[in-house]
Design a protein around this ligand. Sequence first.
Ligand SMILES: C[S@@+](CC[C@H](N)C(=O)[O-])C[C@H]1O[C@@H](n2cnc3c(N)ncnc32)[C@H](O)[C@@H]1O
Length: 260
Amino acid sequence: MTKQPDHARLREFWNRRYVAFTLSESGCLGAGEGLNDRIYACKLQALRRAIAALELPRDTPWSVLDAGCGQGHFARFYRAEYPASSYVGLDISERAITHLQRTILDAEFQVADLCEWDDARGRRFDIVQSFEVLHLILDDHAMLRALANLARCLVPRGALLVTAALPDQTMQRSGYLRYRSRAFWDNAIASLGLRLVAQQPMYYWLPAGGPANKYLRYALTRVGPGALYAIDRTALRLGLPRPASADVDSRMRLLTLQRA
Ligand SMILES: C[S@@+](CC[C@H](N)C(=O)[O-])C[C@H]1O[C@@H](n2cnc3c(N)ncnc32)[C@H](O)[C@@H]1O
């Protein structure tokens, strides 16, 4: 089968980026380990809420496919909090997958491109998740193929959990990230026979490291990521409108999609 146009670039980039398999290698580039630890705490909060809304029983064996599983943060989460579930992680980086196969023994990992992966055993999954991956695929057709492929991996009442920032206009940054517009996503969701069941903001401005105002920002760097995280959570809980200066990464949401 012909590889998607971004395949070789993504594979090479991520094989190079994974060295010690830390959070900052799969998370926000340049944010450092402390801030990435808090960013991952936000990702887990969003994931926990999305799973809770699906009302999946904790003690029965439902299944998860994690497409673009990175250095295994979510594999560890499912093993610890939902030990009865089965987990399959895919990643384009064979370095990441070799590491995961050696270090997390009670989960399954495969090297694969999520645009074209097909389970050799024909399995379908209750949850298919893909966090912070689809915006790395720059080609729109390949991204749509990826979304269609993920939807195809669901059981009939399964849920697809994907992250998207949904800006008004599609934005492409630095030949590396493409944030598709809300209209693009609406069309994609409808054309695949899916519906948006829920969406939740994941951050207030945490991935941007704080507000744009340089004095406030400096003051917050002095108190560290823990305080920044507490402020972020409070602002989200209070439903404070996000400042216009908030970076597109800070606008990331977790979408829950199901068959229409
Ligand atoms: C930003 S990291 C996010 C990892 C993980 N989902 C998380 O949130 O920790 C993106 C991951 O997607 C993987 N990836 C990128 N393109 C992919 C593709 N086409 N198929 C499978 N994995 C891909 C990368 O190797 C990397 O591990």
